[in-house]
Design a binder for this molecule. Structure first.
Ligand SMILES: NC(=O)c1ccc[n+]([C@@H]2O[C@H](COP(=O)([O-])OP(=O)(O)OC[C@H]3O[C@@H](n4cnc5c(N)ncnc54)[C@H](OP(=O)(O)O)[C@@H]3O)[C@@H](O)[C@H]2O)c1
Length: 430
């Protein structure tokens, strides 16, 4: 049987999972592959660190050269994370003619273009299924299985931490309490800012939209809004109106432009994404030929993520075995602009606190109307003291118009504050 050797960079959460899966199912994987997969070396930063799983210590090294310059190694699997050491080592491995598998969303989202060019000129493959939504196969399906489709829309819940927080808040728990609980359970980092700000989801939708629309989208082009402004009040009103609030990473093609953004979104309770709770991830894809699809599963964790990494290793090893020259050709052959957020049209939910006296609603409606904001419905409820809460649901409106209208509304002395504005996904815009 041919032998295909693997060098792991990193033996942390995901690296440990990959090592275990490769050991556990080695015989079955080898038989399906028709070749013997062997872990040759594993790079770690601390050789003395206690490991959670049984490991042949002779495989460990703290010297990157033992992997990168190792002639035996065919596939380098990068599971270090970040864009410094990981980028240097991935580039070095590609230059040495080794195929690469990575789970690193930051690396692919921010430096995908350079890395693909490098892989192409070296005539090797790079795969990164685990970089978006952990264990859920989505990159492979978008690249291969759905190639006969024009992708119309992608809507993803791709960050487990924020989905857990919003799910628990929908049961009545306050944000701060749920975040602390999520940290205790290991669902949220000690520093949760990349998750709650929407940046993590932004990097993931940059990758998915680049693949879906064959046009490079980088994280800095993605409009991103996190979940910290979502209140229990918003969640309660959303439910009353028939919606759940989720942090949605969204990508659509509009003519020759892309609409790519991450923000809290009100989704109809009938929509399959509204039922995705806790740390689960899901990606809803609409293709013009296939129609609606939903990919659901665990978006993080050692074994789910390792499952995706091992799938990529199997794919790369299969190509090596067939001695197929696999060029990781960059599929971004289009160059569409990403629409500025002010030009994007959405339906909106607006919650404001106003003085509870006659004529206020009429004044606000007049300003909204003058700025082209058409209202679908209004709810008025007594708040505290002499204040009332007003909830507006708009029809489709250009975001720039809404912002300008709300700035004028906020200046009214009858308006105490605009508490929150949340985009509503009604499907009205296709
Ligand atoms: N965790 C998840 O659920 C998840 C899900 C999807 C994608 N990912 C991605 O998978 C990648 C790995 O994440 P992880 O959670 O497994 O990270 P992790 O637990 O922090 O593990 C990182 C590993 O890299 C090693 N390492 C760090 N810096 C190094 C250096 N300078 N030189 C050599 N080795 C170094 C560490 O060595 P020591 O063991 O000696 O400290 C450790 O084994 C990241 O790109 C992450 O975004 C993770």
């Amino acid at each position: 049987m041919d032998k295909i050797s693997i060098g792991l960079l990193g033996l942390g959460t995901v690296g440990g999972g990959v090592y275990q899966l490769l050991q556990r199912d080695n015989e079955a994987i080898n038989r399906r592959l028709g070749a013997e997969l062997v872990v040759e070396k594993i790079l770690v930063s601390d050789l003395k660190k206690a490991r959670n799983h049984e490991i042949d210590k002779s495989l460990l090294t703290a010297d990157p050269k033992d992997v990168i310059d190792n002639e035996e190694i065919d596939i380098v699997v990068e599971l270090i994370g970040g864009t410094k050491v990981a980028k240097e080592l991935v580039e070095a491995a590609l230059k040495k003619g080794k195929s690469v598998v990575t789970a690193n969303k930051e690396l692919i989202a921010n430096h995908g273009s350079e890395i693909f060019d490098l892989a192409e000129s070296a005539g090797v493959e790079i795969d990164f299924e685990a970089s978006v939504a952990g264990g859920i196969p989505i990159i492979g399906p978008l690249k291969d299985s759905l190639v006969g489709n024009k992708i119309v829309k992608i809507m993803g819940i791709v960050n487990g931490t924020t989905n857990y927080i919003l799910s628990k808040m929908s049961e009545g728990d306050e944000y701060d309490h749920v975040l602390a609980e999520a940290q205790e359970l290991g669902y949220a980092e000690r520093d949760p800012s990349a998750d709650v700000s929407g940046d993590d989801a932004g990097a993931k939708i940059a990758i998915l939209s680049s693949i879906a629309f064959n046009s490079r989208v980088t994280p800095k082009e993605v409009y991103t809004e996190g979940i910290t402004s979502v209140s229990l009040n918003d969640i309660m009103y959303a439910y009353e109106l028939g919606y759940a609030i989720k942090l949605v990473a969204l990508a659509k093609k509009r003519g020759d432009e892309l609409d790519v953004r991450v923000h809290p979104t009100m989704i109809s309770l009938d929509h399959p994404l509204a039922k995705v709770d806790d740390v689960y991830n899901a990606i809803f894809v609409v293709g013009d030929a296939v129609g609606e699809l939903m990919f659901f599963g665990k978006g993080a964790g050692d074994m789910p993520t390792a499952s995706a990494v091992v799938g990529d290793i199997f794919k790369v090893a299969g190509n090596l075995k067939k001695e197929k020259k696999c060029y990781s050709t960059c599929t971004c052959f289009n160059s569409f602009n990403v629409k500025p957020i002010d030009e994007v049209e959405s339906n909106f939910y607006i919650l404001m606190e106003v003085l509870d006296r006659p004529g206020v609603l009429a004044k606000i409606a007049k300003i909204l109307g003058e700025e082209g904001v058409s209202l679908g419905s209004v709810i008025q409820k007594q708040s505290s003291g002499n204040l009332a809460e007003l909830v507006f649901m708009t029809h489709l409106v250009r975001e720039g118009n809404l912002r300008s209208a709300l700035s004028k509304v906020s200046d009214l002395e009858d308006v105490d504050r605009v508490c929150n504005v949340i985009r509503v996904e009604t499907g009205e815009d296709g």
